[in-house]
Design a protein around this ligand. Structure first.
Ligand code: ZN
Length: 316
């Protein structure tokens, strides 16, 4: 039994309970893709042999449709804290993009306030767990203002439920180098941050994130492609938020044998294990740990070491 479980890389919209999505859909008069409640799960979860990133990303359509109301956002944050507590997680950083919940009139600020309300209610009811929120800016076109708003709201609620910002989205299409200006502002505001890099794009993307000052990288597994960068990551004690099962689903790693987690850990990279999207990938920290034991012969002691790295890299 692994103690001190920590999940540093966990997306809210990919971790909703299927029955909650069902109920929220009905409450909000949203046309669901099936009339049978038990079939809904199939639209929120990738098949084990997920073929592509596109197939993976489709699983977020429905969650985002139901997350346009403050009550819904409050509820799912609360429920996720409850699910994490059930698993015995002691600390989690839950991330989401406020700009994705503004389609029906909520401002990003209202979205974040709703999430904080759910967080606070969860922390009050389930006192064995600690948690905080990371606000994601999104890669994309024409959303510069939304990203600036996200970091402004993060600044306002930093230390009051929010612990950091992130950059997520289509990394191969919208390169990390395009976000230099954004992270200059993030640094000016004194916001802690992590960046998704080295998942869909290669080592260059990680290099840029480090140039911006990132001390934590979301995934970052493609650091394995660049020896010099790998040495820098070790030397500068950069923490990688690795999500092994997700990496296989999104094809960041081609197959089980080509995932570099064992090599990275053995070389001394501060690797942490996380779930990314609990519902989409049908996973939990326990599942990730089992996966590591089965395919990469990780010992419990080594997994505990990774949780120590996670504790040291926590933003909270
Ligand atoms: Zn992620």
């Amino acid at each position: 039994m692994i103690k001190n479980k920590i999940d540093l890389h966990l997306h809210l919209d990919g971790s909703l309970r299927p029955e909650t999505v069902w109920e929220l859909g009905r409450e909000q008069d949203i046309v669901l893709p099936t009339k049978a409640k038990e079939e809904l799960e199939g639209f929120l979860r990738v098949p084990e042999d997920c073929k592509s990133l596109t197939e993976y990303l489709q699983c977020f359509d429905l969650p985002l449709m139901v997350l346009q109301k403050a009550e819904a956002i409050e509820r799912v944050v609360y429920e996720l804290i409850e699910d994490l507590k059930e698993e015995g997680v002691i600390y989690a950083e839950i991330r989401f993009a406020p700009q994705f919940s503004t389609k029906k009139g909520l401002s990003q600020e209202q979205v974040v306030e709703a999430a904080i309300a759910g967080l606070n209610r969860g922390l009050k009811d389930f006192s064995s767990i600690k948690a905080s929120l990371i606000l994601c800016c999104m890669r994309g076109e024409g959303n510069e203002e939304e990203n600036l708003k996200t970091i402004e709201v993060a600044g306002k609620y930093l230390g009051k439920g929010v612990c950091a910002v992130d950059l997520a989205g289509a990394e191969a299409l919208f390169k990390t180098e395009c976000y230099e200006g954004l992270f200059e502002k993030v640094r000016k505001l004194g916001l802690p941050f992590t960046i998704h890099a080295g998942e869909a794009d290669g080592a260059e993307s990680i290099k840029k994130a480090l140039e911006f000052g990132a001390k934590r990288i979301g995934h970052g597994i493609r650091v394995i492609e660049d020896r010099e960068l790998l040495e820098k990551v070790i030397r500068e004690k950069i923490t990688l938020e690795v999500c092994p099962i997700s990496n296989l689903h999104t094809k960041a790693a081609k197959d089980v044998n080509s995932h570099p987690i064992r090599v990275l850990f053995d070389m001394g990279v501060r690797v942490t294990v996380n779930t990314d999207n609990r519902t989409v990938s049908n996973t939990s920290l326990d599942r990730e740990y089992e996966f590591l034991k089965k395919y990469y012969q990780f010992q419990e002691k080594e997994i505990e070491k990774m949780n120590e790295y996670a504790k040291e890299a926590a933003f909270f």
